[in-house]
Design a protein around this ligand. Sequence first.
Ligand SMILES: Nc1ncnc2c1ncn2[C@@H]1O[C@H](COP(=O)(O)OP(=O)(O)OP(=O)(O)O)[C@@H](O)[C@H]1O
Length: 248
Amino acid sequence: MATSADLIRVEHVIKEYNHGAVKALNDCSLSIQKGEVVAIIGPSGSGKSTLLRCLNLLEVPSSGHIYFNGVDITDKKVDINLHRRKMGMVFQHFNLFPHMTVKKNITLAPVQLGLKKQEEADAQAMKLLERIGLANKADEFPNMLSGGQKQRIAIVRALAMEPEVMLFDEPTSALDPEMVGEVLDLMRDLAHEGMTMAVVTHEMGFAREVASRVIFMDSGAILEENSPRFLFDSPQNPRTQAFLSKVL
Ligand SMILES: Nc1ncnc2c1ncn2[C@@H]1O[C@H](COP(=O)(O)OP(=O)(O)OP(=O)(O)O)[C@@H](O)[C@H]1O
């Protein structure tokens, strides 16, 4: 059962593809409390992105339950859109709308969903853009921006929905190395402000420094979870040890 302190709780989730030929998640359970920053690490193909995408039901589990704020969002009777709008998501490839200005990208969802009037959303967008030092890009189109700028705009676009949790799927993997820092800095600031975050990442330095908890996955299973200090300095599972010995 979900407890009231859990913002998200995943219970025994299995995700299969190709009629069971691929078992991307094999009985995963975890909980994320309000204000926690959970980093999800592990080798390529271990199920990290699938797990993250299950949290807001972008991927629907084959079995198991996911609770958000105590509501079982895997229950078919639940309107997932009402819950998903409280879960901001940031993708590896930004997913900005190329034919819309930066400002329009940020205001679109709050206005279309009737959460804000256009003027209110515009003012909020400008505030968010000022925060990341990109107010001068408000009327430009995404193709005029660097990868780091695009990703920071994707992050503030998600923030414009005033989410309760932010889900990051390898947010720096598509960036040139010199742009990784500006995106991680923004994520670090959000973490320090108390934003609840789940982050699939290959940035072990970020996981160590910012995460409150690190989850290690392999072959669709959560093999180990601990504070970054313990997980990185004293990994218990041989597969965690082998993985970290390669990447650190
Ligand atoms: N839509 C899909 N159809 C079939 N198989 C899939 C699909 N999505 C993921 N998989 C498979 O599920 C497994 C887990 O994939 P997933 O992308 O979650 O791993 P990952 O740990 O995020 O990998 P990476 O670090 O390379 O992004 C892999 O074997 C992958 O090939």
